[in-house]
Design a protein around this ligand. Sequence first.
Ligand code: ZN
Length: 161
Amino acid sequence: MNYRETFHPSPNFSASPAHENLGVCFHHSVMDFESALAHLQNPASRVSYHVLIAPDGTRARLVADTHVAWHAGVSSFQGRTDCNNFLLGVSFAGDTYAAPLTADQLASALDWLAPRRLRHGWTPACMTDHRQIAPARKNDLAPAEWTRLLAAITARFPTII
Ligand SMILES: [Zn+2]
């Protein structure tokens, strides 16, 4: 299915990454889609993701893939710190502790992932969430939803490049 994708430029980004994009960090926004969009476009928030995915699967892109979005904060993944520099940020609108990801959110995330996975040679090991890279500080995604998401990724992209 082709989900609608729009571009809502966020002022909250750095111009160039220090590293090649090594993978993806998934988040939830807690806020609903419209509130989150406004927050992410507000310079005072100093927060952004590369893309925000609504419950109906609509994707709002906020920061170009070639720029650094401000989504991870103090974080560590596979021995590297400052994960904003090498992980793209994908957020699901809503709170995964209050409601599970919708089927459209999962399918839309996989559609977003498909061309980038090929371009960058990502495997499921290149996927993480905010809870895992900032464990004492952040709790997104809910563990059960992370498990669902990773299972969906592995099912859609079973082959290792
Ligand atoms: Zn997060």
